[in-house]
Write a protein that binds this ligand. Structure first.
Ligand SMILES: Nc1ncnc2c1ncn2[C@@H]1O[C@H](COP(=O)(O)OP(=O)(O)O)[C@@H](O)[C@H]1O
Ligand SMILES: O=P(O)(O)OC[C@H](O)CO
Length: 497
């Protein structure tokens, strides 16, 4: 038996999944790790805990399905993107906690860059909108705020990386300082046309070249793991940012194909082909999963809070005990009875980009119950996705006539049905909703010869269920008008506080 081992290193947990040649899951292991909130708007992870949890679940998944290192054709990595790690090359120890993609500590600096007129050039070179979401301002913050870091970096003593880089480094015992190009395209330091680090951007963010990893295609033989880790060396056959990995895992390999992942946040990506398409509607352009011979680009709408609103109902309000309880609770009422919930707990991402928006519940009456709020929360996720879909339709100049879905919250039938209703388009859920991990497995499988071609892996993807719209067009349009009213109440809230 031969298998591929996929790492899905996410924002809240590390997962490892063993796939066979048919693309079926043979074993899964998962471990949550600590989130650190040292100040308002700050989010950090302990990079060592990320590595240790990822290694532990990889070993556990292999034990679960009784697979030895000999039988693993290759490891593929999909990782939370933009999260920024800076470490000492000699000791291999991080100089600070990793700064997580959600962290907003550099929002003020990013405001100043926009005010100074850098938006256009940064978008032209990187496909991104200036925001604290991306690595560049986080790395600058680390270099300026960790005592001695800038000087040590200048002397070549420090290494920067995203989570793929950090895992490569640890998997190889410090022999490999590399980054996959899809992750690199989210740093705000890479020129997405040339595929190389850009000197103007390095100057703008004051980043010394000496800290940067080497850039490689997503599907690529990066090296081998140290033999001590799994008994024998295993090939490292690829890596990609988790959202690009999911696009690949959903087989969206042709222009116009789109997917939406419902995890902590929601990320809709559309394959736009071999040339970067510049957004006019505040979406992002990134590099999709690449092979040595092929580069494709993706248009992306990033929504910061999606499944996280369900966690908030569980942990913050306590109206459910587990995430899956939200569906029966929401289904116990026919509709939200005029309640709208805008899940802007961390501001609004695409296409609104309002860092000062805050979560809002409107339309409460004496008859409102926790079931209505639960339903409004799910609907709030779907409305945000529809806003991104509109922007994408306009940018790409083609309708989203079907949407492939995945991620933890895609298991929720009520949410998927409402999504199809509000989009007025079919929503297609595959059998394996772990498409992020599947995409990572594909990358590693292709470079190691486990799968021979993209056409071959296309046969591995199967539909579980298609949700067709049943709501009338007029009703959907009325609901979206009311949602826009609710959005208006949530926007700029913090600015007026
Ligand atoms: N049945 C469900 N209905 C709605 N949301 C759910 C359901 N099950 C899980 N979730 C949400 O999905 C998210 C977990 O999905 P996952 O893909 O594992 O996310 P991530 O990779 O971002 O950690 C959590 O925010 C959780 O609240
Ligand atoms: O860890 P996830 O699945 O929430 O994904 C996070 C994204 O990569 C952030 O851009």
């Amino acid at each position: 038996m031969s298998v591929v081992l996929a790492f899905d290193q996410g924002t809240t947990s590390s997962r490892a999944i063993v796939f066979n040649h048919a693309g079926s899951i043979l074993g899964v292991a998962q471990r949550e790790f600590a989130q650190h909130y040292p100040a308002s708007g700050w989010v950090e992870h302990d990079a060592n805990e990320i590595w240790e949890s990822q290694l532990a679940v990889a070993r556990e998944a292999m034990v679960t399905c009784k697979v030895t290192a000999d039988e693993v054709a290759a490891i593929g990595i999909a990782n939370q993107r933009e999260t920024t790690v800076l470490w000492d090359r000699a000791s291999g120890q991080p100089v600070h906690n990793a700064i997580v993609w959600q962290d907003r500590r550099t929002a003020g600096f990013c405001d100043s860059l926009r005010e100074a007129g850098h938006t256009e050039i940064v978008q032209q070179k990187t496909g991104l909108l200036i925001d604290s979401y991306f690595c560049a301002s986080k790395l600058r913050w680390l270099l300026d705020n960790v005592p001695g870091a800038r000087e040590r970096a200048t002397h070549g003593e420090l290494a920067f990386g995203t989570i793929d880089s950090w895992l490569f480094w640890n998997l190889t015992g410090g022999r490999l300082h590399a980054i996959d190009i899809s992750n690199a395209s989210r740093t705000m330091l890479l020129n997405i046309e040339t595929g190389d680090w850009d000197d103007d951007l390095l100057d703008l963010f004051q980043i010394p070249r000496s800290v940067l990893p080497d850039v490689f295609p997503s599907s690529h033989l990066y090296g081998e793991t140290s033999s001590a880790l799994f008994g024998k060396p295993i090939k490292i056959g690829g890596a990609a940012g988790d959202q690009q990995a999911a696009l690949f895992g959903q087989n969206c390999t042709e222009v116009g194909m789109a997917k939406n992942t419902y995890g902590t946040g929601c990320f809709m990506l559309m394959n736009v082909g071999s040339k970067p398409l510049r957004s006019r509607c505040k979406l992002l352009t990134s590099i999709a999963c690449t092979t040595a011979s092929q580069r494709q680009y993706a248009l992306e709408g990033s929504i910061f809070i999606a499944g996280a609103i369900v966690q908030w109902l569980r942990d913050g309000l306590g109206i459910i005990d587990s995430s899956s309880e939200i569906e029966p609770l929401a289904a116990s009422v026919d509709d939200s009875d005029g309640v709208y919930l805008v899940p802007a707990l961390a501001g609004l991402g695409a296409p609104h980009w309002d860092a000062y928006a805050r979560g809002t519940i409107v339309g409460l009456s004496r008859g409102t119950t926790r079931a209505h709020i639960a339903r409004a929360a799910l609907e709030g996720i779907a409305f945000q996705v529809a806003d991104v879909a509109d922007a994408m339709t306009e940018d790409a100049n083609r309708p989203i006539d079907q949407l492939k879905v995945d991620g933890g919250a895609a298991a929720n039938d009520l949410l998927m049905q409402f999504q199809a209703d509000i989009l007025q388009a079919p929503v297609i859920r595959p059998k394996v909703i772990e498409t992020t991990a599947l995409g990572a497995a594909y990358l590693a499988g292709l470079s190691s010869g486990f799968w021979k071609s993209i056409a071959e892996i296309g046969k591995v993807w199967h539909v579980d269920r298609t949700f067709e719209p049943i709501m009338s067009k007029d009703e959907a349009s009325h609901r979206r008008t009311r949602w826009n009213d609710a959005l208006g109440r949530a926007k700029s809230w913090e600015e007026h506080s």
